[in-house]
Design a protein around this ligand. Sequence first.
Ligand code: TYM
Length: 352
Amino acid sequence: MSTKREVILSGIRPTGRLHYGNYFCAITHILRLQEQDAQCYYFVADYHALTTITDRREIYRDTLNMLRTYVACGLDPIRSTIYRQSDLPCTAELALLLGMITNIGHLERGTTYKDKMLKLEADPRAEGNPLSYGLLGYPVLMAADILIVRADVVPVGDDQRQHVEMACDIAEKFNSRFGEALHVPRAVGREAMRLPGLDGSSKMGKSDNNTLDLLDNPQTVLQKIKGVETSTDPRPLETESNEPDAIVPQMPGGVGVLYRLLHLLAPQDVYLDFVGQYRAGGKFYGKLKAAVAEHVSKFNAPVIERYNNPAFNDDYIEDFLRENAKKVTPVALETVERCREAIGIGHSLYRA
Ligand code: TYM
């Protein structure tokens, strides 16, 4: 009896370089699922990037560089379908259809929109066009990305959890109004993580200038790690547990980030040794920073090497983008066609 392959989808905006939050909270899951014979779709969200990037050369370059970083991290454009969002323009049509059943009030509660509103209130001269229609509709386009390939699982970090929930809500609403045209994905699991920023703030994020990147060379790594604020007095830990989820929230900002990174990268005995030192008190942050920087640089080295491999040049990337666009397009067009029929518009334009 043949069982259906699980369909996995995730995406990333091509703004700046891939950081540790992206990698450890999203890409690692895709890499694991790629090994398990799942049908993996992974794309670079260049439409979404238009809410912040306005330079046409920058968007093209950043998109290709992000795709090159994917490959350097181990995403395989043959086993996984890796594509560029704008190579699937029918996503925009699906977003339009989904937008017809999405309440504005629902969108105004979206985290991305609310965050931008707060930033704009704090700095009204902030660059870009933060209150665009595109920004408000960001979760609808994201729902279209997810629903168009009929995804079962959407591995994302905790910061995107709400957007995936909105996609599920939109699909359910569509189905209840027009019939079962859309596949409803599973909600994001509890394992979804949020990596704090190097400045000790709650989230590592490209626009907050607080990231550690997979392409950072040892010098940059050292500089960034040295700059992490550790001058606040250590607080005694209330928990007996050695798990980062239990101890990191009890540590002052920057120190917590260093421990989280050490837990992700270093052998367990090294991590536990530093937890013991924290419990014992004393001044050891210089040693801790040196250990974190060393493990980060060790982790980055093979990624940087593959990234610079001349075989992964623009032609190689454009070639697999073309091939993968051909693979994902029929799947996507079928979903759009189902929705058109369910709603009752147009002729079957997409039918051969
Ligand atoms: P983006 O580009 O902000 O981030 C890409 C992925 O990295 C995760 N992430 C984090 N996880 C934990 N801690 C952090 N500090 C952190 N920073 C980033 C994000 O949760 C995400 O998984 N809207 C999406 C892109 C997108 C998408 C989609 C994702 C567009 N359509 C459909 C999934 C499905 C975004 O801005 O991700």
